[in-house]
Design a protein around this ligand. Structure first.
Ligand SMILES: *Cc1c(COP(=O)(O)O)cnc(C)c1O
Length: 949
């Protein structure tokens, strides 16, 4: 054991970086490089290398970093926020907090594209969809969107796609959340749609709009039955959207019962803390007729090779990857983990429990109103669920301040009213504090049953959450075991490496995760007064500064809450920049054929026309084609979107030239930062010629993937684009708003900040070097057995490598899917499949995996190659072999066995552990069956009885 383990500097690094110093030496020997520095010199083009080492201050120990985070957290002041406006206090049941939110089995999982290793989270997401579809009264719901405001914008885009109306305006209820209106405006403007805001009962002209959105209840607490405007919209062939509070829906007539086509909203108050804006799951639900237009991911029910029930993502062909520039949505990372939390909240409380919570909230709101009325204040509306506004004349400022002095935040409404929203956390003492703020010093909370202030006509008659999963025994032991059972079905980073190319599944260190549960980060309302969020301000400023140093950009916006949202926001800054120079005509966006599907989708959402650029046989952008297209479109050229290192996993030598070509023709360069894990400390996008680009903090900067979200996709810009960065109705800035809250999912930013603090500049740079070493080590170990498709000028790959599986198909009829599923038998999550090149696997080990784990993976890959050879040489059956039958389950160990290979070979191939074997719960899942018989909510009780047999 080397004594340098005790150096505090090395210690923090050592935790994050997988290979030990000895293992690094061994890996270098295999790769054939004399030193790490020599390998990097052969890999990263010299003309883009940074001259100075990255300096982010001295790295901290884990304890030191937590002390620093604590100090910062203490600068946030947690008051009770009765601000409402889309964000509410909620109680995360402790069992869910510990067993899901704080459990790496859940938070380190990847998006469930490989259904056999994802049955647990798929079931939880199906519960989410079932809860949403029941509560909204609509046929089908997806497995989450990013936030309520972007869900509203997605609903508008869906309406435009499915409507038969020729109108180009969209109507928005004046009672909608201001941030939703802002995001809808931002989304509508580039597409030439007009947003009309007004009173749905007076100002809606159905024949002039392709759709309309109504808020239920509205931001000021008022609500209406929208059946009549919805019927009028339908008569004009326009689409109706209702933005509804799911908790209110436990008491109120559903959007579906009003005839709505679409419902959207936020599931935040189902157990997810406000978190200074997120992460929270938004939902979207539609009538059956529109299911094929649903954005985002949809969980469906299918069967496996044995005919057993199995869950999977349905209709995957709708993804942006396939539709590309014809996609109407770019959503990729969504909010899987918050959706799972919301689903468990519904399972935990059941329909009766949820209704009881809603009733308690309503009673408190009614008492609050009574008390204020007794003080002589005029209250509106007369009928409400949880929100009222109070007329305060000239005393608005005074009362707001009194409230803060009493520990409560209220909401300013216009110049002379105050809004108050009661939530699950509101205590009797909170209401008394509010009364005191209004001068009611003697008012005492009475535990009585005030008269209901809900409108009789809108009382809910229909049932919801009737499925048995929402009716399990209320004992915590039952709930704990349910969550454990589901977690055990899945393969996440807590069991094995997840070598997914382009996704950077690295360590999510526990020390980085701890602070997100601290109330000072978790319980702030995103619109709380700035002087209560000084800790967040400090964190945001320091993280932005560090990201500027890392990337060479001059300013950052933390608003985009996914990479794809970052792309959209970044392209909008380019658009606004051109417009500011009177060059609105610039609308062409060059995108290489190999780009991630979100790139063309984001460009078309910005009203840009995508021109596809070829890539050459080496996976590089074809510079001649690029130049020709840039010149051909010179008058209309807006931007180029490039990914660096490329999606083929190589450092292109020509990146500076490519940027220069675009600039010469008056365009701007957007650099997709998903591959930043190959650059940090070595090269900076801002120095290469990029003008703007996003970072995926959930890839490079340690925010866990959560099974498909949350994520953060902040954008960095050069100074000339800084004036056009997103703003927000609550905090000012530009009129471009891409997310519901000013700083996106604020409460997960401490994770990325902690990572930077723990690693320091030298540690981050070392992480990049080791990520590159590990990828080259895999490429070398697999070479001979597999072709590594793309390499740089000196035969090296970047931080990932693409291996070709097509020869196995030719020789043995073995598909890339067979290899992927067989890797599950070996105890691994398969690498990225058939992207960016069909028939290949893209492998990204990251810096966090030990040599032993990487070797286990390489051994498994080599073993699979030998199995394919055995098939090719006729030693194994061509159709009845372990590759075609993979993955194998415990079912394969019992009963009759008639296959030409052994059970031992089936279940314990190279890589699989004997004692700690990961058993997938289902055999190979039938994708076609699932799409033919689309079922996207919990299957009926009988099928549960069958599964339990
Ligand atoms: C992951 C990824 C994106 C999209 O990021 P999300 O956070 O999932 O929206 C974009 N481009 C590339 C190359 C990626 O790998």
């Amino acid at each position: 054991m080397s004594e340098d383990r005790y150096e505090p500097y090395d210690f923090a690094n050592r935790r994050h970086i997988g290979p030990s110093p000895e293992e690094i030496r061994d890996m270098l020997a295999v790769v054939g490089a004399p030193s790490l520095e020599a390998l990097i010199d052969e890999t990263v083009p010299h003309d883009i290398r940074v001259k100075e080492p990255l300096d982010l201050g001295a790295p901290l120990s884990e304890r030191g970093a937590l002390d620093r985070l604590r100090e910062t957290a203490n600068k946030n002041r947690v008051l009770e926020s009765l601000i409402g406006q889309g964000y509410h206090g909620t109680i995360t049941p402790p069992a869910i907090q510990r067993d899901i939110l704080e459990n790496p089995a859940w938070y380190t999982a990847y998006t469930p594209y490989q259904p056999e290793i994802s049955q647990g989270r798929l079931e939880a997401l199906l519960n989410f969809q079932t809860a949403v579809s029941d509560l909204t009264g609509l046929d089908i719901a997806n497995a989450s969107l990013l936030d309520e405001a972007t869900a509203a914008a997605e609903a508008m885009a869906l309406a435009h796609r499915v409507t038969k109306s020729k109108a180009n305006a969209f109507f928005v209820d004046e009672n909608a959340l201001p941030q939703s209106i802002a995001v809808m405006r931002t989304r509508a403007e580039p597409l030439g749609w007009r947003i009309v805001v007004g009173d749905p009962f007076k100002e809606l002209k159905p024949e002039e709009v392709f759709g309309a959105l109504f808020q239920y209840p509205g931001v000021t607490g008022a609500f209406h039955d929208f059946s009549e405007p919805i019927a009028k919209l339908h008569a004009a062939q326009a689409i109706s959207v209702v933005a509804a509070d799911p908790l209110a829906l436990t008491l109120l007539k559903s959007p579906g019962e009003m005839g709505a086509d679409v419902a959207i909203g936020s599931m935040q108050r189902f157990g997810a803390p406000m978190g200074y804006g997120g992460p929270h799951a938004a939902y979207i639900a539609v009538k059956d007729a529109h299911k094929r237009a649903l954005p985002g991911r949809l969980v469906g029910v299918s069967i496996d090779a044995r005919g057993n029930r199995a869950y999977r993502l349905a209709l995957q062909t709708r993804e942006q990857h396939i539709r590309r520039e014809n996609a109407t949505s770019n959503i990729c990372t969504a909010q899987a983990l918050p959706a799972i939390i919301a689903s468990m909240y519904a399972v935990f409380h059941g329909p009766k429990g949820l209704k009881a919570i809603a009733e308690r909230i309503h009673r408190k709101a009614a008492r609050l109103a009574e008390g204020l009325a007794s003080l002589g204040f005029e209250i509106a509306p007369q009928e409400f669920f949880d929100t009222i506004t109070v007329a305060v004349g000239p005393y608005q400022g005074l009362i707001m301040k009194n409230a803060v002095d009493n520990g409560v935040n209220l909401r300013k409404v216009g110049r002379d009213r105050i809004g108050i929203t009661v939530d699950e956390r509101t205590r009797p003492a909170t209401l008394e504090a509010v009364w005191r703020a209004f001068g009611g010093y003697d008012l005492v909370y009475r535990d009585d049953y005030p008269e209901s202030r809900l409108p009789k006509a809108l009382e809910r008659q229909s049932t919801y959450l009737t499925h048995p999963v929402f009716h399990m025994n209320r004992a915590e032991s039952e709930m704990t075991r349910y969550m454990r059972r589901l977690a055990d079905r899945d393969l996440a980073l807590d069991r094995a490496m997840i070598p997914l190319g382009s996704c950077t599944m690295k360590l999510n260190a526990t020390a980085e995760m701890l602070p997100i549960s601290w109330p000072e980060f978790a319980e702030l309302h995103p619109f709380a007064p700035a002087d209560q969020a000084l800790g967040y301000a400090e964190l945001l400023a320091d993280l932005s500064q560090k990201l500027c140093a890392i990337t060479g950009y001059d300013a950052f916006s933390m608003q985009p809450n996914s990479g794809a949202q970052g792309e959209f926001a970044g392209l909008l800054t380019i658009r606004a920049y051109h417009a500011s120079r009177g060059e609105d005509r610039r609308r062409i966006c060059l995108i290489p054929a190999s780009a991630h599907g979100t790139n063309p989708a984001s460009a078309s959402m910005c009203g840009m026309q995508v021109v596809v650029v070829a890539t050459d046989a080496k996976g590089n952008i074809d510079v001649a084609d690029f130049r020709a297209k840039a010149q051909a479109h010179r008058d209309a050229l807006a931007a180029a979107m490039i990914t660096y290192p490329s999606t083929h996993g190589v450092f292109e030598e020509s990146v500076r030239e490519i940027c220069a070509i675009i600039h010469a023709e008056g365009g701007q360069v957007y650099m997709d930062g998903a591959n930043l894990n190959a650059l940090v400390g070595l090269a900076r996008p801002g120095d290469m010629g990029a003008d703007v680009g996003h970072l995926n903090l959930h890839k490079t900067f340690c925010i866990p993937h959560g099974g498909g979200g949350p994520g953060m996709g902040p954008i960095g810009v050069k100074a000339h684009l800084a004036p056009f960065l997103p703003g927000h109705p609550e905090t000012g800035g530009s009129s471009l708003t891409v997310a519901a809250s000013p700083f996106g999912s604020g409460s997960i930013l401490p994770i990325s900040w902690s990572y930077c603090l723990l690693m320091g500049g030298a540690g981050l740079t070392q992480a990049t070097r080791i990520a590159i070493l590990s990828a080259n080590y895999i490429a070398r170990r697999l070479s001979g057995a597999y072709d590594v498709l793309y390499t740089g000028a000196k035969g090296r790959v970047a931080h990932e490598c693409i291996v070709d599986v097509r020869p196995l198909q030719q020789e043995a009829g073995v598909t890339v899917e067979d290899v992927a599923k067989r890797l599950i038998d070996c105890g691994f999550h398969p690498p990225t499949m058939s992207w960016p090149v069909a028939g290949t696997l893209m492998i990204e080990p990251t810096e966090s995996e030990t040599k032993a784990e990487i070797d286990r993976f390489c051994d498994a890959m080599l073993y699979i190659r030998e199995e394919a050879r055995a098939i090719a040489e006729g030693r194994m059956d061509r159709s009845d072999n372990p590759l075609k039958r993979a993955p194998h389950t415990v079912e394969d160990l019992v009963g009759e066995w008639t296959r030409p290979y052994s059970r031992e070979a089936a279940c314990f191939p190279k890589g699989a552990f004997r004692v700690d074997k990961y058993w997938p719960p289902v055999n190979r899942v039938d994708n076609v069956h699932g799409d033919r018989h689309l079922i996207c909510s919990c299957p009926p009780i009988e099928s549960y009885a069958k599964a339990a047999e």
